[in-house]
Design a protein. Structure first.
Length: 432
């Protein structure tokens, strides 16, 4: 029989064609294949809420996919991460062992958001209400939110804490409106001590949802109940957000998280490897941190996959092995050539410059900018070397590519609107 990792990977691909991309990324992709025993596949999720959603909406889909891949009927059970299922050095920490302040790596890019989150966790509802944490996907916003949850539970076991996402809030409200049961919805969300809403940007352009958030927000803050929100951008850059909500989101404290610097990235790699009982050389740690710059989940995912390949297949941990793993992770298993083409096509669409012009020797301002952005994004997503990127653009030299990427990095650091435009292209590519 194939390894559990291979079986689960094939089953997930089958599931992906049966659900929306949002549902796949939110509910199925994060599941972990724990073991197979007594004709039952045991999967693991991180909360009882996610387990309930899985059993209600996705269990039959996953069961069918696994049965097809394995060649015989199987049952499926989902468990919530616990000390028994925890990683070696995490045993005994409870269901949220991965999301505490203790194992959050603090660096220059996130120390303000970390300090603000810790303050809210120790004195909820007193100040910084709401706390609004924003930054690109994969930088630790959800970790901080769940660390707040964990810390408040530890300090105030009787506190009523509700964690949800912008999408889940929306879907639940739509269901309650359809069933004419909005009173139950109000009772659920307006009678808590702490409300944590992840990815609040999802409510943009949804009038009834924004209205509900507005009244929920007012009810809670007027009663000194803590609200914590995360988003991929600050309120002022949510163009389709009601002005009343924008103002309220900015009432408290806004804390941004930037991509981690090299030292923080190396610390994240070392910590994750240690939690898995894996020893990595300084060269490999630095190589991983150099190649993956923008996304903590990808850093940790690289170490997890390295551990799995080493454990299941007995593959030695070499620089070549890491190179292959990074190539798979940063391109989502899509061939690099296809990813490069997709990047250039996306930049072409956004900037109104043809693909042929981007790849040409033309040097007018619009074409040069699109070409430089393409090079920058290719470097970020694929990890290709400067020389390899230059070859994709008609044999441009290492120094030319380096100069182009430096220009974009400098502009991103100074121009928020430009930074968001580039990051939106990256997000669009990675989400497809």
């Amino acid at each position: 029989m194939e390894s559990l990792a291979d079986i689960w990977k094939q089953a997930l691909e089958k599931c992906r064609s049966e659900v929306t991309e949002v549902s796949y990324n939110l509910w199925l992709a994060p599941l972990e294949f724990v073991k197979f025993e007594n004709s039952t596949v045991i999967l693991m999720t991180t909360s009882s809420h996610k387990a309930l959603i899985f059993n209600d909406k996705f269990k039959d889909i996953v069961k069918k996919a696994l049965s097809e891949v394995m060649g015989f009927d199987v049952d499926v059970d989902v468990i919530v991460s616990s000390p028994v299922a925890a990683e070696p050095e995490e045993q005994g920490r409870g269901a949220e062992f991965e999301y505490t302040f203790d194992n959050f790596i603090v660096g220059s890019s996130n120390k303000f958001a970390h300090a603000a989150s810790l303050r809210v966790a120790t004195a909820p509802g007193v100040e910084y209400n709401p706390l609004f944490i924003y930054g690109r996907s994969g930088l630790g916003k959800t970790h901080l939110m769940l660390a707040i949850n964990h810390e408040i539970k530890k300090r105030r076991p009787n506190a009523v804490i509700l964690y949800t996402t912008g999408e889940s809030f929306t879907n639940e409200l739509i269901t309650c409106i359809a069933e004419k049961n909005t009173k139950a919805f109000h009772n659920k969300y307006r009678n808590v001590d702490i409300l944590l809403v992840d990815d609040i940007q999802f409510i943009q352009n949804k009038v009834s949802v924004q209205e509900e958030i507005f009244h929920t927000f007012n009810t809670l803050t007027q009663n000194n109940k803590q609200v914590v929100l995360t988003s991929d951008r600050p309120p002022k850059e949510m163009e389709l957000l009601d002005e009343r909500l924008r103002t309220r989101f900015e009432w408290g404290l806004m804390a941004d998280i930037q991509p981690p610097d090299i030292d923080t990235r190396m610390a994240i790699v070392v910590r994750k490897a240690s939690s898995l009982g894996l020893t990595l050389s300084d060269q490999i740690v630095e190589f991983i941190a150099e190649k993956i710059k923008q996304n903590i989940r990808q850093l940790e995912g690289t170490v997890k996959k390295l551990h799995a390949v080493h454990t299941l297949n007995g593959t030695p941990i070499t620089l070549e092995t890491v190179q292959e793993i990074i190539k798979d992770i940063v391109t989502d298993n899509v061939p690099v050539s296809v990813t490069v083409d997709k990047i250039i096509e996306n930049v072409s669409n956004v900037y109104g410059v043809s693909v042929s012009d981007i790849l040409s020797e033309k040097r007018n301002s619009a074409i040069s900018t699109a070409r430089q952005i393409s090079m920058y994004i290719i470097r970020e997503i694929t990890g290709l070397s400067m020389q390899q990127i230059g070859e994709r653009f008609g044999g441009k030299s290492h120094s030319t590519v380096h100069h182009s990427i430096s220009l974009i990095e400098n502009r991103i650091a100074k121009d928020i609107a430009f930074k968001n435009q580039v990051y939106d292209i990256i997000k669009n590519i990675q989400d497809k």
